[in-house]
Design a binder for this molecule. Structure first.
Ligand code: GCU
Length: 678
């Protein structure tokens, strides 16, 4: 992936070939940091860096890479680093400082910060950037987490890259080297937490809390620990009942509270730095507090009290909606659900609870507005949830670089506290002064040799980590960095890879469901076009296309009232046809096919054009990729080419099914005279 170990085509600076480590010799993260630097230099130039003898108090006598804890640095360096880190809010922040012209120091208040700083230095080494350029970097989000939807039987819910890295045959069973490499990848982009099992917790995984399975969980935690990554478990809210211990899982029953307290105590005996629980409750048939007439705050707080003495947190998902809806009821609206459920509970959650909110109000569609729960909650910790795995965005058979979408979400201004109340400010906890915050992503990896099935999907994992650390980064810049680290310096390769990545989300959006309407997929597996696949279903996912028009009226004036969940001015912006952005028009409004967009096109002509153009974009990607033959290794070249060619077939299928669907509805031909199958 992006930690390539090929020799570098340029000289490695002298100072990089020596290192000194300051801090406890047995600290596992400092050991990792030193080992990673050693490995990177060895790969780059064939020789391990010399480890300078520790000279407490004294600065290194020759230019080197000096890494270590602020408290342990020699005096001069310590003072410089202290000044540099003074304004950095996070203990995971690091400073990179020049030392006497040639040398460089990587300093942090914590071992994890040193590790992140060393990975930054490794990036510079691989990219040929000057190592000693001064910089300070502090993560914007305290929790930077990956959620694995892996099952004990080795399958992965919505996984498109093979089987689980963690489980085989109903057991925690893994290839330690592979998982360690995975931990290296994650730490190198700043990820510091991982939920190791599916939010839909089945029978075997319910038992992960028991003595029989905790040693296995602990072994996984042992692999992640030296990389600064804390392990979480997804739990089944009905565990006390399902494990046969109690007749109830009522969160207000003292026996249940005791049960969870004993369970937490047991987990922490095995894993002293256990992160906590991830909970999907009262959602899509998962058990939860509703069974007992209790609410989400009752449920989450009960678990939070069990974890609090150990420093653990509860990550409680806001993905709660009625999945038994009636399509005949035009007033019912799934998009409203999370806000309607959680806003009334604002302020009731304990300080070690975070509410994990999907980026949009529906479910990871290629285009959705931002969830109004961001800005709706102000006295509750929140966490933003992205889907890195491409469930609705091409299932890793289509290239779809998601960082530009994520960036739009992070930059979205909710106006909850006036201008500048962005999702990034809210998720981090900063806007409302919350004690916890963060960003989670549903993982896109499996045991495929290239981790992500589609090699280019690695860019999404990379970008997720980089944006979770620093939401101000530019997606194209991240793509460029990733492309160079992964494929090397050839400018044509880098330009092409970045061009394909940046064209990919717009292309996918263009040839699939139009203008924010979403959901025109096959039910169940969610792959491929099926315009009415969810139209009359109970899942609440409608577009209401008929012979006159299409779209969902979510206005306050005549629709479901969903627009009222936003703060002004967004509320009015979405409420009115004149101001609603084109790309979300059909999410908010039901309009005739002849409605004219801000772009000047009619809705129907936009649909046709987008679908033809989207396919053209894929044709361009294939042509561009083919020109790289011989310039990247044949294995990755051929595999990506095969995926792109497959994507072409699928894009054509999407184009024709969607265009024909709408043509048959409205009978309006394409203005350009392009062929639409009747
Ligand atoms: C989607 C997805 C499910 C998943 C759910 C969730 O609906 O299709 O597989 O369980 O999201 O986020 O809980």
């Amino acid at each position: 992936a992006w930690l390539q170990e090929s020799p570098l085509p340029r000289a490695v600076p002298e100072a990089a070939r020596r290192m000194a480590v300051y801090g406890p010799a047995d600290d596992p993260l400092l050991c990792t940091a030193a080992a990673e630097w050693g490995r990177a230099v060895r790969a780059a130039c064939g020789e391990s860096p010399a480890r300078l003898a520790r000279d407490p108090g004294g600065a290194p006598s020759v230019p080197c890479v000096a890494m270590g804890l602020l408290s342990a640095m020699p005096r001069g360096l310590r003072e410089a680093a202290q000044a540099a880190l003074a304004g950095a809010p996070s203990d995971e922040a690091y400073a990179i400082l020049p030392v006497d012209g040639q040398g460089v120091a990587v300093v942090s208040r914590t071992p994890a910060g040193v590790l992140y700083g060393v990975f930054h230095l490794i990036r510079r080494l691989r990219l040929g950037e000057p190592l000693h350029e001064p910089c300070v970097s502090s993560p914007k989000n305290a929790w930077r987490m990956l959620d694995h939807w892996d099952n004990a039987d080795g399958t992965i819910e919505r996984g498109y890259a093979g089987k689980s890295l963690f489980y085989r045959g109903g057991q925690i069973d893994f290839d330690e080297g592979r998982v360690r490499d995975y931990a290296r990848l994650l730490a190198s982009v700043g990820v510091n937490a991982i939920a190791i099992n599916n939010v839909n917790v089945h029978e075997t995984e319910t038992r992960f809390l028991t003595e029989a399975h905790l040693p296995g969980v602990a072994r996984l935690a042992d692999v992640f620990r030296p990389y600064g990554i804390r392990v979480f478990l997804s739990i089944n809210f009905a565990s006390p009942v399902d494990l046969g211990d109690l007749p109830t899982a009522d969160p207000l029953d003292p026996r249940v509270e005791d049960w969870w307290r004993a369970t937490a105590d047991r987990i922490y005996r095995h894993i002293p730095d256990f992160g906590g629980f991830l909970v999907k409750a009262d959602s899509e048939f998962r058990p939860g507090p509703f069974t007992y007439g209790r609410d989400h705050a009752d449920g989450a707080n009960m678990l939070a009290r069990a974890l609090a003495p150990h420093g653990g947190v509860v990550i409680w998902r806001a993905f709660v909606y009625n999945c038994l809806m009636d399509w005949r009821d035009r007033r019912a609206d799934r998009a409203r659900a999370a806000y309607d459920h959680f806003v009334p509970l604002d302020g009731r959650f304990l300080d070690n609870v975070l509410i994990q909110i999907k980026n949009g109000p529906m479910d990871f569609q290629v285009r959705e507005p931002v969830s109004p729960l961001f800005g709706g909650l102000s006295a509750t910790n929140v966490m933003l949830e992205f889907q890195i795995t491409q469930e609705y965005t091409g299932q890793q058979r289509h290239v779809c670089y998601l960082a530009p979408m994520w960036k739009e979400v992070l930059d979205f201004d909710t106006h909850a506290r006036g201008p500048g109340s962005t999702v990034a400010e809210i998720a981090s906890g900063r806007l409302f002064g919350r004690p916890h915050g963060g960003v989670a992503g549903v993982a896109n990896v499996g045991d495929d040799v290239n981790w992500t099935g589609h090699s280019l999907a690695q860019a999404n994992l990379y970008a997720f980590g980089r944006l979770a650390w620093d939401p101000s980064l530019d997606p194209a810049g991240i793509a460029r960095e990733w492309a160079r680290l992964t494929y090397g310096d050839d400018p044509d390769v880098v330009r092409t890879v970045v061009g394909i990545l940046m064209a990919s989300w717009p292309a996918y959006e263009a040839y699939t469901a139009p203008l924010g309407v979403g959901w025109m997929v096959n039910p169940g597996h969610h792959d491929g076009p099926n315009p009415e696949g969810y139209e009359y279903s109970k899942w609440g996912t409608y577009h209401y296309a008929d012979w006159r028009g299409v779209g969902v009226d979510r206005t306050m004036a005549t629709g479901t009232g969903y627009t009222g969940q936003y703060h002004e001015p967004m509320r009015s912006l979405y409420e009115h046809l004149e101001t609603c952005p084109d790309e979300l028009l059909l999410f908010f409004h039901h309009v005739p096919y002849t409605h004219v967009l801000h772009s000047g096109k009619t809705v129907i002509q936009h649909i046709y054009d987008a679908h033809f153009d989207g396919v053209e974009a894929v044709a361009w990607m294939i042509e561009a990729w083919r020109r790289l033959q011989g310039r990247i290794d044949p294995v990755r070249f051929e595999r990506v080419l095969a995926r792109l060619e497959d994507q072409m077939q699928r894009a054509v299928e999407w184009r024709d099914v969607i265009n024909t669907y709408f043509y048959r509805k409205c009978g309006i031909p394409d203005a350009r005279g392009l062929h639409i199958y009747p």
